[in-house]
Design a protein around this ligand. Structure first.
Ligand code: AMP
Ligand code: MG
Length: 419
């Protein structure tokens, strides 16, 4: 048997990040940047008016007030989207709208509210703007050459907006890994179908599809494949065109109909190992097809399949997605509130509910459900996995244990400010 750590290391050593690709802005939404984005131009792109009003030479209006307004000749009209070369001379001004370029010669904007109104010929200004008043200066927001966003940033609405504002249409991002999920087992039916004698609903296909999405993948869930080696191989082959990674469940133990092992062993590129863990001992990993797409063959018991996914497949998906650190769920220490037994020689991942322990800032974990790897009820309540070392055969109430935080648990602890 190989250890959990050895298995994980050997899997990850064979996963390479997917190459970045250029995407149009909206298609890049939700993806991780694969480049540092440097501003190709200034924002604002040119000095422009922050108000609807008049572009003036400030010196011409200095001293003006209600009693003695400055009178200026309106020589131009500058709506947004236009530009003018004509300079504002002494005693002159331009009608200007918000966002329109400030004409040469002008050094401040007088809002229309500080005048006698919109006028074609002359305008009376009764209040003096500051020097540069109501002018949005070129480059005051972003300067050309400045780094705007760095590699690894997930592009949300505000980042997409920033890219658009500097005029970028294409950006290099990491693709979301495409994960094909296949459930094997002649006993499986779709949820919603009344199970016949000996039949059960396919739980794994749904559990793992959802877990793969949570890991950032685009998921293709292939329905149920019966225990027939030829059918399984054909299905995998058909799916390879849309897969960066394939996950199967079931058929990897030592039963007479364990077709996954039977079918894939023949290819010579997938290895089947016994990993010293509970649940999830039988594990297969390798590559399939001409493009050597990684494939995980997880055990069929639902808890085994899920735990194996979170421990081995999720980090692989994140590595494909270009993550370098942060591949794994966080692990914290917690005080266990109840004792339970653990198999010697195997790392146990017991299900638990983690949360604050009173007000002392300590974390405690309560085991839920039993040890059976078919027990879905306890799994659904759990928000963490209690990791019991290989050599330990009993956890006592009050023991400090290592806890692998699943997503909700991370939120629980973040709310407490523990992490
Ligand atoms: P296997 O490794 O194929 O013998 O499966 C081990 C156990 O897990 C059996 O009880 C199967 O019925 C069950 N099982 C396998 N696949 C699934 C699945 N997709 N959903 C629910 N249970 C499953
Ligand atoms: Mg089976």
């Amino acid at each position: 048997m190989r250890s959990v750590d050895d298995h994980l290391a050997s899997v990850l050593a064979r996963i390479q990040p997917l190459p970045p690709f250029e995407q149009h802005l909206l298609d890049a939404h939700g993806h991780r940047l694969a480049e540092d984005v440097v501003a190709p131009r200034d924002v604002p792109l040119f000095d422009n008016s922050a108000m609807d009003g008049y572009a003036v030479r400030r010196i011409d209006v200095v001293g003006a007030d209600q009693e003695s307004p400055a009178v200026l000749t309106v020589t131009q009209d500058i709506p947004a989207g236009t530009a003018t070369e004509a300079e504002i001379g002494p005693g002159e001004c331009a009608r200007i709208m918000t966002g329109a370029p400030v004409p040469r010669g002008a050094d401040a904007i007088v809002p229309v509210e500080w005048t006698d109104g919109w006028s074609e010929g002359t305008v009376r200004v009764h209040r003096v703007p500051e020097h540069g008043g109501h002018v949005r200066h070129m480059g005051e927001d972003i300067q050309r050459g400045q780094t705007l966003l760095t590699v690894g940033t997930v592009l949300g609405a505000r980042q997409i907006g920033l890219l658009a504002a500097v005029g970028r249409d294409l950006v290099a991002v990491r693709p979301s890994p495409r994960v094909v999920v296949i459930s094997t087992g002649s006993e499986l039916v779709e949820p919603g179908v009344e199970p016949g004698p000996g039949q059960i609903p396919d739980a794994n296909g749904y559990t793992l599809s959802a877990a793969a999405r949570e890991a950032g993948a685009i998921v293709y869930r292939v329905g149920v494949v019966a225990d027939d080696p030829k059918l399984l191989l054909d299905t995998i082959e058909d799916q390879l065109v849309r897969a960066d990674l394939v996950v199967t469940t079931g058929g990897v133990s030592v039963g007479a109909y364990d077709v996954v092992k039977e079918a894939l062993s023949g290819l010579g590129t997938v290895e089947f190992d016994r990993v010293a863990m509970q649940p999830g001992m039988p594990q297969g990993f390798g590559v399939v097809g001409p493009d050597e797409i990684p494939i995980f063959t997880l055990p069929g018991n639902p808890v085994s399949a899920y735990v194996s996914f979170e421990l081995f497949v999720r980090p692989a998906i994140r590595k494909l997605a270009g993550y370098e650190d942060d591949l794994h769920h966080p692990v914290v220490d917690a005080i266990c509130t109840a004792g339970f037994g653990s198999p010697g020689g195997r790392r146990q991942f017991a299900r638990g509910v983690v949360g604050p322990a009173g007000s002392g800032g300590r974390i405690e974990v309560r085991p839920v459900g039993g040890a059976g790897s078919h027990l879905m009820g306890g799994l659904a309540q759990a928000n963490c996995l209690i990791s019991v070392p290989e050599e330990q055969t009993r956890v006592q109430a009050g023991d400090l244990v290592s806890v692998v935080l699943l997503d909700e648990a991370r939120e629980v602890l973040a709310m407490m400010g523990e992490r």
